[in-house]
Structure formats: C-alpha cells, structure tokens
Design a protein around this ligand. Structure first.
Ligand SMILES: Cc1cc2nc3c(=O)[nH]c(=O)nc-3n(C[C@H](O)[C@H](O)[C@H](O)COP(=O)(O)OP(=O)(O)OC[C@H]3O[C@@H](n4cnc5c(N)ncnc54)[C@H](O)[C@@H]3O)c2cc1C
Length: 415
C-alpha cells in the first residue's frame, strides 16, 4: 500500500463501510485499471469494521434485506456465492435474507476479488478543503495525524455513526447517570454480559435494534422492559420495496419542495419497525414472562443510585440495571467536524442537517464532491441509507466520477 502523502489522487472515497466499498467495487468492475486512481479512506483498520461491530454488539444474526442487495454489482452474486460454498441454508425465507456471516464472507470475497484492500487506507479525515480554481486536484484531504494529499473528486460515504439521536427530554438523565443510560451504539451485548450480569434492562425504542437487543437479552434470561412511544410496527423491510422502482422514485424527484421530500422519506420509513420473525420471538419472550412491552408511553423521569427507577405516565419500573436508548441516528452534516469549514465557506445548503444535493449527488457549489448513503436521502429517497441505495446512488454519480479517471482507459463507455 502506497503512502498517500503529497500525492494527487483522482478519486478519494471517505468511508470504507458498505457504501464506500461498494462504490469502489463498481468503479473497478467498469474500469479495472482505475485501481491506481482510487483510494478508500476510513478511520478503522479494516473495511466494514464499523458495521461488523454493530451487528456483533447487537447479536444480529440475519440481515433484514434480501440477498440481492450487497456490495457487489451482480445482484445474484451473493446467492451464487452461497451456492458454491454450500451455504444456501444461510439464506432465510421468505426473501433469502442472508446471515450476517454469509453477507460478510461474501463482502470480503468481493473485496479480495476486486483487490479493494490495496485501495484501503486507515486514515481518519480531520479536514476537507476545496480550493476552487486550483487546477485538476482542487480537494485537499488532511488526516488527524496531519498526513495530506490532493484529490480531483471526493465521495462522502460516511454513514451516520457520528449522529446518534437521543430525545432531548432524556439529556438531563444521561448527564446524571452516564454509566447507566447508554445509546444503543455504545451498548455491547457480549461485553455487558461479561462485565456484569444485569437482571433488568429497560430498552427505549420500537425499531429492529431495540427488538433484536430485547430478544437476545431475554434469551440469556435478562428481564427486559421495552418502552415504545407508539405501537410496535411489524413489517419485513425498512420501507416498501416500491421505493426502489421508477414509479415511486419519479414521483419523489418531481417533488420540488425539499421539506416535502424529507417528510415523504420519514413517512415511508416510519419511526422504525420490527420484522415478523423478531416479532414472533418477542411474543414468545412475553409469554415466558421475560419481556414486558409498554407501548404508547414515553420515559418521564429517571431516578436512582446504583439501580435506576424509570417512570412513565403509567407506571414505575424499579431495580433497573441499565437503560438502553435504541433511538437511532439522524444524519446532520454539521456534526461532521472535518466538513465544517468547507460547508461554511461554500455555504452548502442543508435542510435540518441533510445536504441538498444536485441530481448527480454533488454538494454544490462544490463540484465533484458527492454524497452517498443516508446523506443522499433528499435525492435518493427512503432507500438511500440502505444497501439497496448503493446502486441508485452510483447510477447518479457514475458518469462524473468516472470522468475523473485519467484517460486513456479501456472498458468505460459513456451510457
Ligand atoms: C445492525 C445493523 C443492521 C443493518 N441491517 C441492514 C440490512 O439488513 N439491510 C440494509 O439495507 N441496511 C441495513 N442496515 C443499514 C446499514 O447500516 C446500511 O445499509 C450500511 O451499513 C450503510 O453503510 P455506509 O457505508 O453508508 O455506513 P457505515 O457502514 O457506517 O460506514 C461509514 C464509514 O465511514 C467511516 N467514516 C466516517 N467518518 C469518517 C472520517 N472522518 N474519516 C474516516 N472515516 C470515516 C466510518 O468509520 C465507517 O466505516 C443495518 C444497520 C445496522 C446498524
């Protein structure tokens, strides 16, 4: 792996998660010689590590999405891989959802086949600058250890990890009990159980993270009280699959009011939902008396000392070891400090933290700076942050991104 310092690199992808790796994989499938012209930067030492840790810390066994959505560009690639490895039993009915292990093994197979490891650099981006008019490589990317290089085109694939969402009414309690009230991103099922054996945990949230944690904790005999603001919504996917088709997407892109688009995304995704399989496990845990479900209520007060007392409008839950806030993430561009000078200097438009991108996913007026993943939701719609959103995003930025690769190169044809 070459040192990046002082080099001029055509394409820099910030984020080596599913989106970043998938975009790199697609570029290389189209132009294999582009390997010398693309880098993937991530603060973690290995690709996909952030996502792998999240699934492990929740004890998630299967993906929610079907096997056709993965980091490669051939939709049947994962199913074919499962077949050749004799692992089709790891494709769950009814939609062939892959096990997390199978998904990761296939992802690493794709990373190896495409030699993406050679493009991958552990590099924690501390600053991104755009020096307009400074030639072919206007971006300057600087790491936390002051390593720096220039790029012609930058793709932001930074996920939402820096944007944990905690309802503001709970701030006070978190400050009072920082070790006993955790956001789910800071909760590790295995480590918590190793350190202490909690006997009662309150989980706030009604999405798949909350439900998966509740299932896995009750499986090891922890008593769980799940507090859900609304009723528990049961559905297979995060959003209706029609959001991947032209009809819904055309309707979405015809909407010129950004706030209406934001609301369409919110409405399509709701406030989180639970798959039928996990819902069934929760029903069993309830009938075994290990899980108590409180719906239509919110936490009003938390008191305590070494144990907590959690109050809702309806009841008080005593002797609580831990409160886990499975309250999700809300993307906010302003929370990414490495982008703050750039967004301020070039007045990048946002709506409630979401960047307003052009139809090529550029953060105008900065040209050739693209946003992929959750941050592209005002253009891509409800699927933006999911694995299925990768192909939709790549199609939008493809032509401009590939144009950054020095010619001559073979294989790439303008569509
Ligand atoms: C437990 C869990 C299960 C899920 N299951 C599904 C599913 O079944 N189907 C589905 O479609 N979606 C699922 N999702 C949603 C899923 O997270 C996304 O589909 C996918 O992980 C998003 O990938 P990403 O690359 O955008 O973000 P991430 O995977 O979060 O990757 C972003 C990367 O950017 C890096 N980064 C950020 N800032 C910097 C910086 N300044 N410098 C360097 N690197 C930086 C981070 O280290 C990280 O590696 C799931 C999410 C979770 C948490």
């Amino acid at each position: 792996m070459l040192n990046l310092s002082h080099r001029n690199i055509p394409i820099a992808i910030i984020g080596g998660g599913i989106h970043g790796c998938a975009v790199a994989s697609r570029i290389l499938r189209e132009i294999p010689s582009a390997a010398n012209h693309v880098v993937i930067l991530d603060r973690n030492p290995q690709p996909l590590l952030a996502w792998r840790r999240k699934t492990e810390s929740q004890g998630m066994a299967f993906l929610r999405s079907p096997a056709v959505h993965h980091i490669g560009s051939d939709s049947l690639g994962l199913v074919e891989y499962a077949r050749t490895q004799n692992r089709t039993a790891e494709l769950a009915p009814p939609y062939s959802q892959p096990s997390v292990d199978l998904f990761l093994d296939f992802s690493f197979h794709e990373i190896e086949t495409q030699q993406l490891g050679q493009l991958y650099h552990q590099f924690d981006v501390a600053k991104l600058r755009w020096d307009k008019g400074s030639g072919k490589f206007p971006f300057r990317i600087i790491s936390k250890v002051n390593e720096g290089f220039r790029a012609a085109c930058v793709i932001l694939a930074i996920g939402t990890d820096d944007c944990t969402h905690v309802p503001s009414e709970l701030d006070l309690f978190i400050r009072r009990f920082p070790k006993l009230i955790l956001h789910s991103s800071a909760f590790d099922l295995h480590k918590t159980i190793q350190r202490v054996t909690p006997s009662k945990i309150v989980i706030l949230g009604g999405g798949l993270t909350a439900a998966t944690l509740a299932k896995n904790l009750t499986d090891i005999d922890v008593e769980v009280v799940m507090i859900v603001r609304r009723s528990l919504k049961i559905q297979q996917f995060d959003f209706e699959p029609s959001w991947l088709g032209p009809k819904a997407l055309n309707r979405f892109s015809k909407e010129s009011d950004w706030d209406k688009r934001r609301k369409m995304v919110r409405q399509a995704r709701g406030e989180g939902s639970v798959t039928p399989e996990i819902a069934e496990a929760l029903t069993k845990a309830r009938s075994d008396g290990k899980l108590h479900l409180r719906t239509g209520v919110n936490i009003r007060q938390i008191d305590g000392d070494s144990f907590l007392q959690v109050k809702t409008a309806e009841s008080t839950i005593n002797d609580v070891d831990l409160v886990v806030l499975a309250t999700g993430f809300r993307f906010d561009l302003h929370r990414y400090r490495f982008l703050s000078d750039l967004t301020e200097q070039h007045k990048i438009r946002t709506l409630r933290g979401l960047p307003i991108l052009d139809n090529r996913l550029q953060l105008l007026p900065v040209r050739n700076l693209f946003g992929s993943g959750v941050m592209a939701q005002l253009e891509i719609g409800p699927a933006a942050g999911n694995i299925a959103g990768i192909s939709l995003a790549y199609e939008r930025m493809r032509e401009k991104v590939l144009a950054a690769i020095p010619k001559p190169h073979s294989g790439y044809k303008h569509r």
